[in-house]
Design a protein around this ligand. Structure first.
Ligand SMILES: NC(=O)c1ccc[n+]([C@@H]2O[C@H](COP(=O)([O-])OP(=O)(O)OC[C@H]3O[C@@H](n4cnc5c(N)ncnc54)[C@H](OP(=O)(O)O)[C@@H]3O)[C@@H](O)[C@H]2O)c1
Length: 475
């Protein structure tokens, strides 16, 4: 039996396979034998290992020299070492993408561990009898998952793995002898993105933005209903890396009724809390959308750190959703305001009134910025693609803040009508004598500095308004 290497410094090394890491482990030997910390999350994260969240520990015992297993790519990450003995480890990248086919090999004794990302083909050969090969994985094994494995033949000529013991002399399973050559391997696709609430304004804008992406799935309330948690249990979450929650109960006044209050809390708070727990369990990035209604609107400009002070039930339920989602380790909460997308909305209504000769009174003391749904979708794409730091971001269009009356006037003007037909009124006067109206924050404008610091330049609200109005159907 070979001597175990002792006295190494803990270290992490990169390899030609992206994300595949070699870890040098300090092994402490004495007259009794040796000891090592095989996995130490805090120290290893500090050296650049991903926080991969292991949930299962497996050990394979290899009785004789020359036992050879592989090449198997599984739909989860692995952290491999040996507890006794020595192996020759070999890996081939079987993930879709440029690095497909990249190979790496190294001898593993107890002073070496390797981190194998999901989709990288894994194989080893025992170099000593009684070798105990041990590995942590971050998904529970299931028979279902076997359908997602990708295999490569141990003798593949393209990979050309230099087995220390020729395969003909090794101990192999019949199954492993039958795996395909590299040219016939179907590469493992990346984990997908799931969009919930796909039929709302934001959901439809995301459908347009990601129309060409085959790795994004869109589902409406019929498939995943945030108010019915059992529909969340039907989703195979391990297939996804990212979930975008575009679903919400957005009826601000409706939420003030007995039934609406219940519904708003179920969809905006309880559902997102369940999603946050799922995201933590499955290492998902959770993108959630919030609102300026979590504030009371007394600050002229809201930044992300402002204390919650929601005025109505909708805002209260959204604030509770924010608190819950913020617990997910990988989350983006996008606080937005005055969303305008496809279908019935304020701009389309004003354009129609202008056309039909109706002179509206419009609230002139609520000030904020529009957020075109396409711009919100672009911001979501940007935060995910740029891997911006997780956290809460304000997202709206840019430019000067304006009141609803200012915006209405602009719509009249840009559709060729007299802007003075719009009469500004106060919120109090507008709703005087009306029942069941939720209180609204007067100041909705949000600071966009944090978003801009990630490299995103929000488009001017009136520039997008102009384009939107021009695209409205005439008549
Ligand atoms: N609209 C705004 O002015 C505004 C302002 C600030 C923040 N926000 C936030 O921005 C986000 C997107 O809003 P939006 O304007 O796109 O809203 P929206 O057009 O009202 O869309 C919401 C979507 O959520 C779906 N939904 C409702 N209840 C559901 C449930 N129980 N389970 C699953 N889906 C459900 C709706 O489905 P159905 O089609 O079946 O009804 C709808 O498709 C929301 O988080 C909202 O709170 C909006």
């Amino acid at each position: 039996m070979a001597e175990v290497t002792t006295g190494k410094e803990l270290g992490v090394r990169e390899t030609p396979i992206p994300g595949f890491l070699v870890i040098d482990l300090p092994v402490h030997g004495d007259n009794r034998g040796w000891f090592k910390e095989n996995w130490q999350r805090e120290k290893m994260l500090a050296l650049g290992l991903p926080d991969f969240g292991p949930v299962q520990n497996n050990i394979s015992f290899n009785a004789s020299v020359g036992v050879t297993r592989g090449i198997h790519a599984e739909p989860w990450d692995k952290y491999i070492s040996v507890a006794a003995g020595r192996v020759f480890g070999a890996w081939v990248d079987l993930r879709e993408g440029e690095s497909f086919g990249a190979t790496f090999h190294i001898e593993i004794d107890p002073s070496v561990a390797v981190f194998v990302p999901r989709g990288v083909g894994n194989a080893f050969q025992a170099l000593e009898a009684d070798t105990a090969y041990t590995y942590l994985v971050n998904e529970h094994w299931s028979a279902d998952a076997q359908g997602e494995y990708t295999f490569l033949n141990l003798a593949d000529e393209t990979a050309g793995i230099p087995w220390p013991i020729p395969l003909e002399q090794g101990e192999l399973s019949d199954k492993d002898l039958a795996h395909p050559r590299l040219a016939d391997v179907a590469p493992m696709p990346p984990r997908k993105t799931l969009v919930l609430g796909a039929n709302g304004q934001l959901g439809r804008a995301l459908q347009q933005r990601w129309a060409d992406r085959t790795d994004v799935e869109f589902v409406g309330r019929d498939a995943v209903d945030l108010a019915r948690p059992e529909t969340l249990d039907d989703v195979r979450w391990s297939a996804y890396a990212t979930v975008v929650n575009a679903a919400a109960h957005t009826a601000v006044d409706g939420a003030e009724t007995d039934e609406g209050r219940r519904e708003a809390w179920a969809v905006n708070a309880t559902g997102p809390a369940r999603l946050a727990a799922i995201a933590a369990e499955h290492r998902l990035t959770l993108v959630h959308v919030s609102s300026d209604y979590v504030f009371d609107g007394t600050e002229a400009q809201h930044d992300e750190r402002e204390a919650f002070a929601p005025l109505g039930v909708y805002g209260q339920s959204k604030a509770a959703g924010d608190l819950a989602v913020a617990v997910a380790p990988r989350h983006y909460i996008l606080r937005t305001s005055w969303v305008v997308g496809d279908g019935k909305n304020f701009i389309a209504t004003m354009a129609s009134l202008a056309e039909r000769g109706v002179d509206p009174t419009v609230v002139g003391d609520q000030v904020g910025r529009l957020t075109f749904a396409a711009e919100l979708a672009r911001a979501i794409d940007h935060l995910l693609e740029s891997r911006a730091p997780h956290g809460t971001y304000n997202v709206s269009n840019g430019g000067d803040a304006a009141s609803w009356a200012d915006i209405a006037k602009r719509v009249f003007e840009r559709t060729g009508h007299d802007a003075s037909r719009v009469t500004p009124v106060t919120t109090t006067d507008y709703y005087a004598g009306k029942e069941g109206i939720a209180p609204r924050p007067l100041q909705s404008a949000m600071s966009l500095a944090k978003l801009e610091a990630t490299g995103f330049a929000p488009r001017d609200q009136f520039e997008m308004l102009e384009e939107y109005v021009q695209a409205l159907p005439k008549g």
